[in-house]
Design a protein around this ligand. Sequence first.
Ligand code: COA
Length: 254
Amino acid sequence: MRENVRIEDLQGGVRLVTLDRPEKKNALTGAMYDAMRGALEAADASDAVGAVVFAGVPGAFSAGNDIADFVTRAEKAFSEAPSLRFIRQLARTRTPLVAAVDGVAVGIGTTLTLHCDLVYASPAARFRMPFVELGLVPEAASSYLLPRRVGRLKATELLLLSEMFGADQAEALGLVNAVMPSDMLVEHAVAQATRLAALPRGALAASRALIRGDQAQVDAALQAEAEAFDRQLRTPEAQERFQAFLARAKPASA
Ligand code: COA
């Protein structure tokens, strides 16, 4: 079976994590979250890895959590959800993180980038966080991180009204470092990650922790969101939205 997450260790201490489920726009399954979490855990444990780059396929960084998985997950204990374990690891990873966003970046496809140290996007990038529209609440500490990045009013538009925003707007909001053509994107992200990986590791780790701020606040937001998310996931208003999306996804003959 083809792997939906490719993990390559490049020269210069960079680990490239490529999401590769193009037929579903890189919607994330439990197995994909587990592979991503494993890649981050192993990066932290390895002296050879100095930075991690997240990339997608042309036109799709990630369409977010697989919505079919939201339906089945409501039947299980949320604390064991691969998505939550990935998010917890993402927030505490000590290795610098770089994102290369081309195409759709929905839900965790956007919120993942809030944890990255550098974010690059192509003009085709389309960010969106439709949690509330889906009957859910923000995740990955986005309810804490986003207002601090873009201000509360803008964060409200993006998190409550689920407004889509493009690469230029993301750059203007300070959510993206630079916009560049798709064919240069991953190469540039890897080059920047290589620069990070070459820095003195102790100074880098200490500086990164200072820049990122209070880890305890991020952890607290993450936990509060996870509890609210779990409650919402099981509500009829959320399950109806998931079913509506899945019904839409069926062939016209169905
Ligand atoms: N979960 C499950 N399947 C998904 C998915 C998701 N999050 N996102 C896309 N897909 C599937 C579609 O159902 C479709 O499958 P099909 O070919 O079997 O019908 C396939 O991926 C391609 O998606 P499609 O909608 O045809 O592509 P598009 O370019 O027109 O639109 C998106 C792309 C991402 C804008 C759109 O698919 C979308 O809104 N997806 C849902 C995103 C979302 O709400 N994620 C959860 C956030 S919390």
